[in-house]
Design a protein around this ligand. Structure first.
Ligand SMILES: [Fe+2]
Ligand SMILES: [Fe+2]
Length: 470
């Protein structure tokens, strides 16, 4: 039997030191998943880009912004996931990964790409219909997709605290030296220098990971003067002639390793939690943007979870920790295909297995950040249930961290109170009727009591849920 006292977690140690570079590097691995890349892509692109920046003798101010521009280059990537999946009728992550293998400036490559991605595995006539639908959207569609991602990405980088160069680099990441890029078709030196570095670094990392260093060098050379600034390619070719370049790149395996390259290291205060909560809030929004069905879900879950902790009498610190876990809880969902998240019907076994991996991915993303390890456990346990019927660890009873039990109630409440592709939005009475059936067996009774009390006293505002109607 769980007791009140038994579920109080002391999670974040206020005296622990959290490096800003390490935090952002760890979270960049969530952005990799959305792009269909292996975790670590952005960190390695950062390493490559910083080497080029050093060789160019950029100023300290430029290198500071370059570092975070590289790590956060895909911050807007969830903004177009739903559209990519719907337009191509395929897994958004696979489509995005495949997109990087082709030269979009070349019409034939682009056509072959579209043919390869349109509803793979479907009958021929269905694939053709999908192709026609992609064709009707025209070249404007690609521009729209890129604009959606880059504008949102730049906005996020700005909100994370970079005012100028880094957001501008992310905004212009997909522009090409010859003017064939998107969204504005900027040419040559009209493209900000940091954006030109981001573009080259991410492509080099992609082809290195896929086919090795020779291919990475060959692609850079082939796209010299078309996609990439010739001067940057020349610098890269000189740097990468040395075998040490690739050996060192291979060592960039952890957020801590890449954090060493931050030209102006700084710390995030764990005493006030303000900065950390702001970063977590923004990453919660990134997750929520993956599909319109979950718009603002993590943000509301964090809010409800914090209020439940407050009603339960947890101290200020524990309330903040619970809010933090609420923002982060679905981080792993960025690694789930939109074909599954947006499916308007029951999931098959394989799809269910894929979605049930998301708490584990949440854990994997957060786990390397040592001061936040207990938050990782709390966030990743939001689908565990008291009777052991949850996932992904199938924990039961007091093996589930208390914060996780609270986030679970907040999560279920918000999920049921909003429409999903497979069911309508439920009103608060319907939500509570369903949740009461699981009170004490699956959902922790004190957190359920706190929810009902909070709703009755309008500390938790039911209007928040009914009004949004996603
Ligand atoms: Fe979840
Ligand atoms: Fe959730």
């Amino acid at each position: 039997m769980l007791t009140w006292e038994g579920v109080r977690d002391i999670v974040v140690d206020p005296d622990a030191v959290l490096s800003r570079a390490e935090l952002i590097a760890a979270l960049s691995r969530a952005l990799d998943l959305t792009e269909g890349e292996p975790m670590g892509h952005a960190m390695r692109a950062c390493w490559i880009g910083m080497k080029i920046g050093q060789a160019l003798e950029l100023s300290l101010a430029e290198r500071k912004e370059l570092y975070y521009g590289l790590l956060l280059k895909d911050a807007g990537c969830t903004a177009n996931a739903q559209q990519v999946s719907a337009w191509f009728g395929t897994d958004d992550r696979t489509a995005k990964y495949a997109l990087k293998t082709v030269n979009w400036s070349n019409l034939w490559s682009a056509t072959r790409y579209a043919m390869g991605q349109a509803k793979p595995g479907a009958p021929w006539h269905v694939r053709m219909q999908q192709m026609v639908s992609i064709g009707k959207r025209g070249p404007q569609a690609a521009r729209e997709l890129v604009a959606m991602r880059c504008t949102r990405g730049a906005d996020i980088v700005r909100r994370l605290g970079w005012a100028d160069l880094a957001p501008d680099a992310v905004l212009n990441l997909d522009e090409h030296w010859d003017g064939s890029g998107h969204p504005r078709g900027l040419k040559g030196e009209a493209i900000p220098i940091l954006a030109r570095i981001l573009s080259l670094a991410q492509t080099v990392e992609f082809f290195w990971g896929r086919s090795g260093s020779n291919t990475a060098r060959a692609i850079a050379e082939k796209r010299r003067g078309t996609w990439f600034d010739p001067q940057l390619v020349d610098i890269f070719l000189v740097l990468s002639r040395n075998a040490n370049f690739w050996q060192e790149l291979r060592l960039v395996t952890s957020p801590r390793a890449i954090a060493q390259l931050d030209p102006a290291p700084s710390r995030i205060s764990l005493t006030t939690m303000e900065q950390l909560l702001q970063v977590a809030h923004i990453f919660g929004e990134i997750v929520d943007s993956k599909t319109s069905w979950t718009a603002q879900h993590s943000v509301r879950t964090a809010d409800y979870a914090g209020k439940l902790a407050q009603i339960l009498g947890w101290d200020k610190r524990q309330q903040q920790d619970t809010v933090l876990a609420g923002f982060f809880h679905d981080l792993g969902k960025v690694g789930v295909s939109n074909l599954i998240l947006d499916k308007p019907g029951p999931l098959d076994t394989k799809e269910r297995q894929a979605i049930e991996r998301h708490p584990e991915l949440t854990f994997n993303i957060l786990e390397p950040i040592a001061p936040l390890r207990s938050i990782a456990h709390v966030a990743a346990s939001h689908h565990e249930r008291l009777d052991g019927s949850g996932y992904y660890q199938h924990s039961s009873g007091s093996d589930i961290p208390g914060g996780g039990l609270v986030v679970a109630v907040a999560d279920v409440f918000d999920a049921l109170a909003h429409a999903r592709p497979y069911r309508r939005q439920l009103n608060v009475d319907e939500v509570l009727a369903l949740m009461r059936k699981e009170k004490g067996s699956k959902l922790w009774a004190p957190a359920m009591d706190a929810l009902e009390w909070g709703l009755a006293h309008r500390i938790i505002d039911a209007a928040d849920t009914d009004a949004s109607g996603v």
